[in-house]
Design a protein around this ligand. Structure first.
Ligand code: FUC
Length: 844
């Protein structure tokens, strides 16, 4: 059936129009810009105040001191430990322990539980040569003769530009500094200028805690070269200083500029790390670092900056969020202190800023040319012994770092994650064989850049073989978001298959009921060891389900498919409702109502998994558990709870968790704190907000599933849903006004939103009305790749009615087409059981 074209109402046409080209200019200085962090004094503390810039491999923290500027900087591969470090063993047992695991399994079969200490005594082994992420050191710029108290001081980080700036005035001169970390060219660029000629003078020098190095200056270039004593990893950084006007002199290990009109420096750094098992070493970094600095030094500041802005904005500008924020002209630390989580537009400003900041931080710490993904601190670390080695914890933390990536349209940031997980297959295969006697690959609770896939002996965190399976969830999810079958076949499937194969061999038959369970199993960092802990079972079910779906999609490995199908049929699903209505954390009903442990692992099936659907009895049980655990926790724990409440479709509680995180787990520079600083909470908070706005884990696009009542009216654009769909929406007085979906592939699309149970219309780009199939609050139609479809809430009627068609006609047509479907209904229905997916896809 075809329909006459409709003339689109003007404001609808505006929504449909492609986003305006980003302007090249930043917001004017001093004007409130809702996406700038700014402060009226220099930073004195690295962790809480200094501002982060980064391009993935390189990161820096800017202090903005007046007499001395400090840039602490990092290169993400600079790690102690691993091959070359005495006694490094990848965490594999130094001598075989043939019956050790079986003995633990027998004891758990007999007694039901074992203490972590008892299991660690049998299976653990001290960590050797694990290493830690290292600061590269600091650049200092000393400004001789600068007044102590300059006027109009401002230090800022623009999230729109990914540029940090410092400005102040002294003796009638305004001084400006500007820093960015460019992904193009892999350089950190600094520029110093003044509004009067000849006023730029400074000395640039380097310090670091790494003793085994040389620092030399020649032709305005500092060359910092050395090796870590522990593993002999070579490192090099170069900084080229270029002045306009004035003079430049080299002085041993420093460069001085005097009386210049402006000056720029470009920094690049590298190591001889390579991501390849077992040596993890590549070429000396000298040639690459030299080439990067030479290339950047051959360009003007303007060229470097334009390349950076174009690259960064291409990612950052894809998503916009308006939740009614209005940014007051107060520094960000004061905005944070004044935050109440109430109704004010200032509070909305901070929430919107936190959402954007997570995206900024991911773009800044995970890019295509990265050898490693974002670690516990992203790319930023000022220490030689950072908390938890600033490593890769894989019982929540690394996974959380990437929850936001696809949802918030940053697919390009996921490459390092995929490469890192794939690089664990080789060492993890050896560990699977030697420790567990299993096929496939495995990794434990914590890992490093050198394939540490075995065990250590910290009783409450040494054991978590489910980690490998969990890390592959993102790989499969990336396929669900992008529908990229080539990626599934070549990159994701082999890794997912290996993680699934491990469990085909390592599951244990539970003598209590004959089901297959994980034993020994340990719900992360909580309680006793047992068999069949809920999270263990949910993760294993997820990886088997994903591996099977992928093998079917690719039409490969029939024998493997049969094995997985048989195993799934016997697997304990790990979802049980306990005596007080809670979701059980363990197979036995051991949960305490007064336990407020930060890990809420047994809710994995709700988030990030998809085995529990809101409204189902298990979801009610998850709510009981979550309520009992309370609204506290470390930074990442609160961030996870935003996501949980959003998946339970409780937007007000999700916002409550975001506000708890902002109030009690956020530092002045808006970094998340565990404490100490841990970046996962920033990423988890952004993901949580995205989950409030769009969900797609059940293969339909659920728009505004958990809108908090405090976000009365607003809009977003550019969020992504599984099935290769980009989503925009506007809402007013708590109800969606307009939803626009842009599918990237042709085929059936399902869109769910509260108002669809009421009055709605769907248009294609030409204004032709689309006749979807409706079931309650969910529409299905055959969508064409590259087209935009607009669903309008006719009941809200905030847009003018299309002039050429009477209101009754399309509704009658829908009624005729859907004689058996409910046409009107409550605005916010309890979600129906998950509709059948438009194509055979599954997730875990
Ligand atoms: C997990 C958490 C801790 C911390 C550490 C880095 O082990 O339980 O709270 O976040 O990772």
């Amino acid at each position: 059936m075809t329909h006459p074209p409709l003339r689109l109402p003007t404001d609808l046409a505006a929504v449909l129009a492609p986003p305006a080209q980003a302007t090249a200019e930043p917001a004017p200085q001093g004007a409130p810009d809702n996406l700038t962090l700014w402060y009226d004094r220099p930073a004195t503390d690295w962790e809480t105040q200094a501002l982060p810039i980064g391009n993935g491999p390189l990161g820096a923290k800017i202090f903005g001191g007046v007499a001395t500027e400090q840039l602490q900087f990092n290169e993400k591969t600079l790690w102690t430990g691993g091959p070359g470090s005495p006694g490094y063993d990848f965490g594999n047992w130094k001598t075989p322990r043939p019956d050790a695991i079986v003995e633990v399994q027998r004891q758990i079969d007999r007694d039901g539980r074992m203490t972590p200490e008892a299991v660690a005594a049998k299976l653990g082994q001290p960590k050797t040569g694990f290493g830690a992420y290292q600061t590269f050191g600091d650049l200092y710029l000393d400004f001789a003769g600068t007044p102590q108290n300059p006027a109009s001081y401002r230090r800022e980080l623009s999230l729109r530009d990914a540029v940090a700036r410092v400005t102040y005035a002294a003796d009638g001169v305004t001084y400006s500094r500007e820093y960015f970390a460019g992904h193009p060219g892999n350089v950190i660029v600094g520029r110093l200028s003044a509004d009067r000629g000849g006023k730029v003078s400074f000395t640039l020098r380097h310090t670091s805690p790494h003793a085994d190095k040389t620092v030399t200056a020649a032709n305005g270039r500092l060359i910092i070269r050395g090796a870590l004593p522990d593993n002999k990893m070579r490192f090099e950084a170069q900084v080229q200083v270029l002045n306009q006007g004035g003079t430049r002199t080299d002085d041993g290990d420093r460069v001085t500029v005097t009386g210049a009109d402006s000056a720029m420096f470009v920094l690049s750094a590298g190591t001889d790390y390579a991501g390849d098992y077992p040596a993890y070493r590549g070429p000396d970094p000298h040639a690459k670092v030299t080439a990067a600095v030479d290339a950047a030094a051959g360009k003007s500041h303007d060229q470097l900056k334009q390349a950076h802005l174009a690259d960064y904005r291409n990612l950052f500008d894809r998503v916009k969020l308006d939740i009614g924020q209005s940014t007051p002209a107060v520094p960000t630390d004061r905005l944070l202190r004044a935050y109440t989580g109430g109704d004010s537009a200032d509070d909305r400003a901070l929430e919107a800023l936190m959402f954007a900041y997570g995206r900024y931080l991911l773009i800044s710490s995970s890019r295509e040319n990265d050898l490693l993904p974002a670690n516990l601190q992203g790319v930023w670390n000022n220490s030689t012994s950072p908390p938890w080695s600033a490593d890769y914890h894989v019982n929540i933390n690394l996974q959380m770092n990437y929850w936001l990536a696809e949802q918030t349209n940053l697919d390009e940031t996921t490459g390092p994650y995929a490469r890192y997980i794939a690089a664990m297959v080789a060492p993890g295969t050896k560990t699977a064989q030697e420790i567990y006697g299993a096929r496939g690959w495995v990794v434990g609770n914590e890992t490093n850049p050198f394939g540490f896939t075995g065990l250590h002996d910290w009783a409450t965190s040494f054991w978590f073989p489910e980690a490998a399976a969990w890390t592959t969830q993102q790989l499969y999810d990336r396929y669900r978001f992008t529908s990229d079958v080539t990626y599934l076949r070549d990159t994701a499937y082999p890794v997912i298959k290996g993680a699934a194969e491990f469990w085909l061999d390592f599951l244990h038959t539970d003598p209590r009921d004959g089901t297959l369970v994980v034993s020994p199993g340990y719900s992360p960092e909580h309680g006793d060891f047992s068999a069949g802990a809920s999270m263990s079972q949910q993760i294993v079910r997820g990886v088997l389900t994903n591996a099977l779906a992928a093998a079917k999609k690719l039409g490969v490995d029939e024998g493997f498919q049969a094995e997985v199908t048989a195993t799934l049929a016997r697997l304990d699903p790990g979802i049980r409702v306990g005596s007080w209505g809670q979701l059980q954390e363990w197979k036995s009903d051991w949960d305490s109502k007064t336990d407020d442990h930060r890990h809420v692992s047994h809710l994995y099936a709700l988030h990030p998994g998809n085995q529990i659907t809101a409204g189902a009895p298990e979801a009610e049980a998850a709510k009981v558990s979550l309520t009992a655990r309370g609204d506290g926790g470390t930074g990442w724990s609160k961030a996870w709870k935003i996501n949980f409440w959003a998946r339970l479709l409780d937007g007000d509680h999700a916002l409550k968790m975001l506000s708890e995180q902002i109030k009690t787990s956020t530092l002045d520079n808006l970094w998340d704190t565990h404490p100490p600083f841990q970046i996962d909470g920033n990423f988890g908070a952004t993901s949580g907000v995205a989950e409030m706005l769009v969900q797609s884990q059940h293969d339909y696009v659920h728009v505004l599933p958990a809108l908090p009542s405090a976000w009365k009216s607003g809009s977003f654009s550019g969020l992504r849903a599984r099935g290769d769909v980009t989503v925009d929406a506007t809402w007013k007085d708590g109800a969606a006004d307009t939803i626009i979906v842009r599918p990237g592939k042709t085929g059936p699309i399902m869109v769910k939103s509260g108002f669809i149970a009421d009055r709605y219309r769907v248009y294609d780009e030409q204004g032709h009305e689309v006749g979807p199939h409706r079931d309650g609050d969910t529409l299905t139609w055959n969508a064409r790749a590259g087209k935009a479809y607009t669903i309008r809430n006719e009941a809200a009627a905030t847009l003018p009615a299309p002039p050429s068609v009477g209101l009754g006609e399309p509704l009658q047509r829908v009624q005729a087409a859907e004689a058996n479907a409910e046409v009107t209904g409550p605005r916010c229905r309890r979600p129906a059981a998950a509709p059948a997916p438009p194509s055979a896809r599954a997730g875990g």
